[in-house]
Design a protein around this ligand. Structure first.
Ligand code: COA
Length: 396
């Protein structure tokens, strides 16, 4: 029996709860590695399909294996009719993250491998989930705008097909390439809140879809994946603001946070944010949306200055800061930005669920079960005296 450890009110910062072979972060140096490979190399040279394969299987695919994996992703580009019917019943005002989360158990109801406990079955489920989350997001966007749902195109890449189904037109190559890179950058990030949620549920031996639904719920929060939507709302508010520096200062003076800044692990610039910043600059040139890009540069500059003045020099832009303008320039509305994070992170979640269930990094998977100190009402071990209400008196 391991000895009791007390680490309260720290959000488990610095607590190691498992071994993993999937990804590694050096928060001081700003390094992120997937299965041994630097994120910079993967973002520059690998496709999302290649990275999803790497995360799930542990090694990079050869050409034949990659082609086969891509075909499996393409062949899974279908949604069950009852899921589409359910989406059509949702109010148009529904939050897309709620819709995405609710769709996962509905996908489970049509999953042939749901109760197969083998690793192979889990990989097949992972491929279907990776392939289908984008279809749900695109279908919901079309439904809520009373537009016709677009059938998937199995001849184009994962990212290109998503943009095609979202906008109903052949996507620009630069945009689909940029989205593919964003998917690579967001695909995994060790034991962040949503991944931990997925592993915790997997540790109960619940099925993969339950674990993924929990992860989507965790990702939706504004301190986690929901931050990109908040960043975009801020940039839209600020794109015509003449004095962004004062806006940032007032916000911080008011005790509020600047979304897209700061990280639980990185104490320097998030390596993914560097890529996204460059990408935002490029897309601003192509789309002419200079106002949004300029606003993000000014918020960054003002926030870094303010943090410096307040002695909080480790707060820097994170992945959500520049992904927001990048997605916006791709024609993606702010409330779809967190679902797009999910459409990438699904690869990491599935890899972690498999690792958790099959004990691939540690000898024996264990059910997560931390403790809490009880600080509520206490009348001794006999309990407080309960006076039954007259109407509740039970017949002996
Ligand atoms: N804006 C203003 N202040 C921030 C901040 C931000 N974005 N991020 C952290 N801080 C401040 C906190 O207010 C706190 O100050 P205090 O010690 O005076 O109370 C201190 O920095 C530590 O923050 P805390 O939340 O306790 O720890 P953390 O560094 O682990 O925080 C986040 C990590 C992500 C929760 C935090 O940076 C945050 O809320 N960022 C904004 C949301 C966001 O972008 N989330 C996506 C993360 S990828």
């Amino acid at each position: 029996m391991p000895h009791a450890v007390r680490i309260k009110n720290t959000g488990l910062r610095g607590v190691t709860v498992a071994d993993t072979k999937i990804s590694f972060i050096d928060g001081e140096k700003g390094i992120l590695i997937y299965r041994g490979y630097r994120i910079e190399d993967l973002a520059e040279h690998a496709t999302f399909a290649e990275v999803a394969y790497l995360l799930l299987k542990g090694t990079l695919p050869g050409s034949e294996a990659l082609e086969d994996f891509e075909n499996q992703l393409k062949n899974a580009r279908t949604l069950p009719e009852h899921l589409l019917d359910a989406l059509k019943c949702c109010p148009a005002t529904a939050n897309p993250m709620d819709v995405l989360q609710a769709s996962v158990p509905l996908l489970a109801t049509a999953e042939p491998d749901l109760t197969d406990e083998s690793r192979e079955a889990h990989e097949r489920m992972a491929i279907r989930l990776i392939s289908r989350l984008p279809l749900v997001i695109a279908a919901w966007e079309r439904i809520r705008r009373r537009k016709e749902i677009i059938e998937p195109d199995v001849s184009i890449s994962h990212a290109a097909n998503f943009l095609y189904m979202l906008h109903g037109r052949e996507p620009d190559e630069v945009m689909s390439g940029a989205l593919d890179t964003c998917l690579v950058l967001h695909a995994d990030h060790t034991f962040n809140a949503s991944t931990f949620a997925s592993r915790q549920v997997a540790s109960t031996r619940a099925h993969m879809y339950s674990s993924v639904a929990a992860a989507i719920g965790a990702l939706s929060g504004s301190l986690h994946g929901g931050a990109n939507t908040e960043v975009m709302k801020m940039l839209l508010e600020l794109k015509k603001e003449p004095d962004i520096a004062s806006w940032v200062k007032d916000r911080l003076d008011g005790g509020e946070r600047i979304m897209g800044m700061g990280h639980a692990v990185y104490k320097t610039m998030d390596p993914r944010a560097k890529f996204l910043k460059q990408m935002a600059g490029k897309l601003a040139e192509i789309t002419g949306m200079h106002d949004i890009y300029e606003a993000s540069l000014k918020v960054e500059e003002a926030a870094l200055e303010e943090f410096e003045r307040r002695g909080k020099t480790t707060i820097k832009p994170n992945v959500d800061f520049y992904s927001a303008p990048v997605y916006y320039m791709m024609g993606i509305p702010p409330d779809l930005m967190t679902p797009i994070f999910a459409m990438s992170r699904i690869a990491g979640w599935c890899a972690h669920i498999i690792e958790e269930k099959f004990g691939e990094a540690q000898e024996k998977p264990a059910l997560y079960r931390p403790k809490a100190d009880y600080v509520g009402e206490y009348c001794g071990l006999m309990g407080c005296k309960y006076e039954p209400r007259e109407e509740n008196k039970k017949i002996a």
